[in-house]
Design a protein around this ligand. Structure first.
Ligand code: ADP
Ligand SMILES: N[C@@H](CCOP(=O)(O)O)C(=O)O
Length: 309
C-alpha cells in the first residue's frame, strides 16, 4: 500500500495568469489537499472518501482519477487491478486546484506503485494534459506547484515546463473559500480572446517587475506589483464584494489580495501573524457565504506532492 498527499495551489497568484502558481500549506501543520492510496487488488475499484467526496461525479468514469488510471492501463497495455482510495479534501470548483490535486496525487501514486514507468520529466506533461481535459485548456499553474511545491514560473519552452522562483518566507497567505463553486472551464471562457497593446504592456510590467522584486528581495515592490489586468476585471463579478474585501483587508494591514485561480477562493497576503489573524477573523464574518466555507492562514508549501504512507 502506498499513500501520496498533494497540496492545494493558488493559480495565477494574481499577477501571472496561467504562468504563476504556488502550493500552499496551513501554518498549523494540517493538510489542505487530496490524498490517494493505492493497493493491489483482484479488480479495479475507486473508493471516494473525504469531506468533499459528495461533490465528485457519481459515475466512476467521470472521475479524473479514473481517467488517470485508464491512461496507465493504456501505457502498460493491460487492465491494472488496483484499489484506489481518493480522499477528496478540497472542494470542487473552489479555485484551490482541486482537480489538479487529484490528478497529481493519483498519477504520482500510480507511477510509484508500478515502479516508475513514466520519467519525472514526463509526469508533469501528462498531468497538464489530464488536468486540461477538465478546465478546457492546458495550464500548468496548478499541477506544477502541486507536484513540485513552491512558487512556480511556467516557462513551457525548450522542454522546460516550469522553474521555481524565490519566495518571501515571512509572507502569510490567508485563503478564504466562501463555500460556493465556480467552474474553471466557465471562468476561462469569460476572458476576452484578445487584449489591447496597452494592457499587454501593463501586464508585462507587473509580471516582470514582480519576478524581479522576488530575486532582488524587495517585498514591498513585489506586493505593489501584484495586479491582475488579465482575469480579475472579468471574473470579479463572480466574487461577492471582492473590491470591498480588498479595501477592508488593506485597512487591517494586508499587503496584497487577489483571486486564487479562477475563484471563488481569494488570497490575502500579510507579513505579520497578528495581522493575518485579524484578517482571518474579518473574512470569517464578511466573506464566507455558507457553513461549508473555510479560511486558512498558509505559507508556501515548498515540498509539493509527497509520499506519506
Ligand atoms: N477527482 C476530482 N477532483 C476534482 N474535480 C473532479 C474530479 N474528477 C472530476 N472532476 C470534475 O472536474 C470539475 C472541477 O474542476 P474545476 O472547475 O477545475 O475545479 P477546481 O478549480 O477546484 O479544480 C468538476 O466538473 C468535477 O466534477
Ligand atoms: N490559470 C487558471 C487557474 C485555475 O485555477 P483553479 O484552481 O480555479 O482551477 C485560470 O485562472 O483559469
Amino acid at each position: 500500500m502506498i499513500k501520496f498527499y498533494s497540496p492545494a495551489s493558488i493559480g495565477n497568484v494574481g499577477v501571472g495568469f496561467d504562468v504563476l502558481g504556488a502550493a500552499i500549506a496551513p501554518i498549523d501543520g494540517s493538510f489542505l489537499g487530496d490524498i490517494v492510496t493505492i493497493s493491489p487488488s483482484k479488480t479495479f475499484q475507486l473508493i471516494n472518501k473525504g469531506m468533499f467526496s459528495n461533490q465528485l461525479p457519481i459515475k466512476t468514469n467521470n472521475n479524473i482519477v479514473w481517467k488517470c488510471w485508464k491512461y496507465f492501463c493504456s501505457l502498460l497495455k493491460k487492465n491494472l487491478p488496483i484499489t484506489i482510495i481518493l480522499e477528496k479534501n478540497l472542494p470542487i470548483g473552489s479555485g484551490l486546484g482541486s482537480s489538479a490535486c487529484s490528478v497529481v496525487a493519483s498519477i504520482t501514486a500510480m507511477n510509484a506503485h508500478f515502479e516508475n514507468p513514466i520519467k519525472k520529466t514526463e509526469l508533469l506533461l501528462l498531468m497538464g494534459k489530464l488536468e486540461g481535459k477538465i478546465s478546457g485548456s492546458i495550464h500548468y499553474d496548478n499541477v506544477a506547484p502541486c507536484f513540485l511545491g513552491g512558487l512556480q514560473l511556467i516557462i513551457n519552452k525548450n522542454n522546460i515546463i516550469c522553474q521555481k522562483l524565490p519566495i518571501f518566507k515571512n509572507w502569510l497567505w490567508i485563503i478564504a473559500w466562501p463555500g460556493i463553486k465556480i467552474a474553471t472551464s466557465e471562468a476561462r471562457t469569460m476572458l476576452p480572446m484578445q487584449y489591447s497593446k496597452e494592457i499587454c504592456i501593463e501586464h508585462s510590467r507587473y509580471l516582470a517587475g514582480f519576478v524581479h522584486a522576488l530575486y532582488t528581495k524587495q517585498p514591498s515592490l513585489a506586493s505593489q506589483l501584484m495586479n491582475d489586468v488579465i482575469a480579475e476585471p472579468y471574473r470579479i463579478k463572480l466574487l461577492p464584494n471582492f473590491l470591498k474585501i480588498r479595501e477592508e483587508t488593506k485597512k487591517i494591514g494586508a499587503i496584497g489580495c487577489g483571486i486564487s485561480g479562477s475563484g471563488p477562493t481569494i488570497f490575502v497576503i500579510s507579513d505579520n501573524l497578528n495581522t493575518a489573524k485579524k484578517i482571518k477573523t474579518w473574512l470569517n464574518k464578511n466573506y464566507l457565504q455558507t457553513k461549508k466555507g473555510f479560511i486558512h492562514i498558509c505559507k508556501i508549501d515548498t515540498l509539493g506532492t509527497r509520499q506519506i504512507g
